[in-house]
Design a protein around this ligand. Structure first.
Ligand SMILES: [Zn+2]
Length: 414
């Protein structure tokens, strides 16, 4: 049995607390142990407490001396699109010149350019690019990543992307949680109603029978999939045993948050345009909001979701990167913490809760990760700072010192 003792964390941010997502004032309680330590056996936390106490019990152990650095649970990124080919540099430059989404799409950019390149890419090539992204996540202290398909939009290409996600889960230190997003957009070659039939009658049954996804997601938005169409797809997914996440109310207040409530979806994501009624519906159905300030920032908008109202209403708020090549080209959870505090007026403590324990519950893994408590996985990051608020305060670079998954060091800054 392998044992590891972690000693001398300036702050050991445990997030110990009730066995459920945190709401309201609970989001501000990080349960910090100063000069903290942990005893790890077989990848799990055995004892957690003061360094002095752990030191006494640490016989015959490998010692990890944090030397006064910050220790926090590995970040859990609950909304990403990490498997795609190439990038969207031209779109980025056009946006900087002031061109609109429509102009960019007309010039051959937008999601279509990514779909075409992803269809053309081989499975090994997509895996190699995905591995590079996995490495970026680790460098920012992220150890669990929800990963959506959605750049294939044919039966074979969607399955190809989901198989790449499965292989990334098996062959990198990160745990990838797969989500099927065949309803990301209607491909050019299909009429909308026919494409929805394809998603429901061909894609979803294959995804479910090959166990390639835990969740199904729909881009519920004007010009993509409206409420009735989204309802059809979500009902079919639910019947097959998939859990639900929804891209909701990003560009318009379409009623998608209420649809998420109707289905008791696990999460409703984006919510930039969601109003009080939408917030109340989410609360009544206990749907977790996943807020994605990186995409608001990268699109040059100022329309951030109403995080404060959601927290005050008692929602178990999650924040995530929305990593994708078009609207949110970042894997950096510390950057998202910065945006959460400066743009959405969350406190640094609330932002950490939203990116660890609450995010873990939104992926059905709150019993294993997201906090550092006896019996949970020893999956954590050490940062080159002393105070948890520094994670959100210094922005634009990674303070990661080292990252551990199940008690094993998988990344360090050198
Ligand atoms: Zn997204």
């Amino acid at each position: 049995m392998k044992s590891v003792a972690v000693l001398h964390a300036s702050q050991l941010v445990t997030l110990a607390g009730p066995e459920r997502p945190r709401v309201g004032p609970e989001m501000s309680d990080l349960a910090i142990i100063r000069d903290g330590g942990m005893l790890i056996r077989d990848g799990k936390i055995d004892i957690i407490g003061s360094s002095a106490e752990i030191k006494k019990k640490a016989t015959d152990c490998e010692i990890v001396d944090a030397r006064g650095r910050l220790v926090v649970p590995g970040f859990v990124d609950a909304h990403t699109h990490p498997v795609f080919a190439a990038n969207r540099l031209d779109d980025f430059e056009r946006r900087a010149r002031g061109e609109t989404y429509e102009q960019i799409a007309a010039a051959g950019g937008g999601i279509w350019s990514t779909v075409e390149k992803t269809r053309a890419a081989s499975e090994p090539d997509l895996f190699e690019q995905g591995k590079k992204h996995a490495n970026w996540f680790l460098k920012c202290g992220t150890t669990t990543v929800e990963a959506k398909s959605g750049y294939g939009l044919t039966v074979e290409d969607e399955l190809k992307i989901l198989r790449v996600i499965r292989r990334l889960n098996e062959e990198t230190p990160i745990e990838f949680v797969p989500t099927f997003l065949g309803a990301h957009a209607v491909p050019r070659e299909w009429r909308q109603s026919e494409y929805i039939d394809l998603v429901i009658n061909e894609m979803l049954p294959r995804v479910a029978s090959e166990k390639l996804a835990e969740f199904c997601d729909v881009f519920c938005e004007r010009g993509y999939f409206d409420i009735a169409q989204s309802r059809e797809i979500l009902a079919a997914a639910k019947k097959l045993g998939l859990k639900l996440r929804i891209h909701a109310d990003q560009l318009t207040n379409s009623g998608a948050a209420k649809l998420a409530a109707e289905f008791k979806a696990t999460t409703a994501d984006h919510l930039e345009k969601t109003d009080e009624q939408g917030i109340a519906a989410l609360k009544a159905a206990e749907v977790q909001p996943v807020l994605l300030p990186g995409s608001v920032y990268a699109l040059g908008s100022t329309d951030y979701p109403r995080a404060r109202e959601m927290i005050d209403a008692g929602l178990a708020v999650v924040i995530a990167t929305d990593f994708n090549p078009g609207s949110s080209p970042t894997v950096s959870m510390p950057m998202i913490l910065s945006l959460a505090c400066t743009q959405m007026k969350m406190s640094p403590a609330e932002a950490i809760t939203a990116s660890t324990i609450n995010a873990a519950y939104s992926l059905g893994r709150g019993d294993k990760i997201g906090s550092l408590e006896t019996g949970k996985l020893a999956t954590f990051s050490i940062f080159d700072c002393q105070d948890y608020r520094e994670l959100a305060y210094w922005f634009g670079f990674s303070q990661m010192h080292s990252v551990y998954v199940r008690g094993e060091r998988v990344m360090d800054k050198n």
